[in-house]
Design a protein around this ligand. Structure first.
Ligand SMILES: Nc1ncnc2c1ncn2[C@@H]1O[C@H](COP(=O)(O)OP(=O)(O)OP(=O)(O)O)[C@@H](O)[C@H]1O
Ligand SMILES: [Mg+2]
Length: 226
């Protein structure tokens, strides 16, 4: 097993058969001890948060598999907090695709002149570059194409998949009376045919979820959900 990458919340290993192993850690993104899914720094460490994130991730990726949505998922070992996945090539140095159902977070910071906090948004999709130095700038479809990061055709696939997956996750959470405000996904090209697939994770660390108007912390989300 070869360590390929040390991330903020996961370490990535390459297995002998060429698949990747994601090791979930007990670190979450945030600033000064306060969790923020949009932050680019590790804000705090919470015992058990890695396993909790993997439990949710496993659940959602298995639901997506049943529904025929292409993802990198192979299997997961909750005890060890590891997930085996198909390796994917990311777009440029990586993109984040956000799907929004309510105006909070960076959307509100940017568009606060026109948007009210918590205002409903109809599965609004936006793409940001993974670029810590430049604080993950938002990027348009035209700029992605022009800079050779993502073709317009691929953008269409990405947006469609994001809307479908976002809705599936939203409906899963709604079964437990949990309200999804926004969620962040990653995609990559996998296999010989370079199919666009969902990669990374789907957990409390990548979304803002609320219950009865109260924000739910990542660890709490797992307890409420299962
Ligand atoms: N199937 C996959 N193939 C290749 N890379 C993947 C796959 N799934 C996830 N990744 C990458 O593995 C890394 C996981 O680490 P982690 O989530 O800790 O990173 P991060 O903190 O989000 O961001 P950064 O990459 O800036 O450290 C991410 O860079 C993600 O893009
Ligand atoms: Mg990550």
């Amino acid at each position: 097993m070869e360590l390929k990458y040390v991330g903020k919340t996961k370490d990535v290993y390459e297995l002998e058969d060429g698949n990747y192993l994601l090791q979930f850690k007990d670190d979450v993104t945030g600033v000064d001890g306060v969790f923020d899914p949009g932050a680019n720094t590790v804000g705090l460490t919470i015992d058990g948060v890695g396993q909790a994130g993997l439990k949710l991730t496993k659940h959602f990726f298995e639901v997506l598999k049943e529904k025929g949505i292409p993802t990198h998922y192979i299997d997961a070992d909750i005890e060890k907090a590891t997930m085996t996945v198909k390796p994917a090539e990311v777009f440029g140095n990586g993109l984040e695709v956000i799907c929004r159902y309510r105006a909070v977070g960076s959307f509100l910071r940017r568009y606060g002149l026109y948007a009210e906090e918590g205002q409903p948004l109809d599965g609004f999709v936006e793409v940001t570059l993974k670029d810590d130095e430049r604080e993950d700038p938002p990027i348009s479809e035209d700029a992605l194409d022009m800079l050779g990061i993502l073709s317009k055709e691929e953008y269409g696939v990405l947006k469609q998949l994001t809307r479908e997956i976002g809705l599936i996750v939203k409906e899963e959470l709604a079964k437990k009376d949990i309200d999804l405000y926004d969620i962040k996904f990653e995609f990559g090209r996998a296999g010989k045919d370079k199919q666009i697939v969902l990669i990374d994770e789907i957990s409390g660390g990548n979304m803002r979820a609320y219950k009865d108007g109260q924000y739910i912390e990542p660890l709490e989300l797992e307890k409420l959900f299962f």
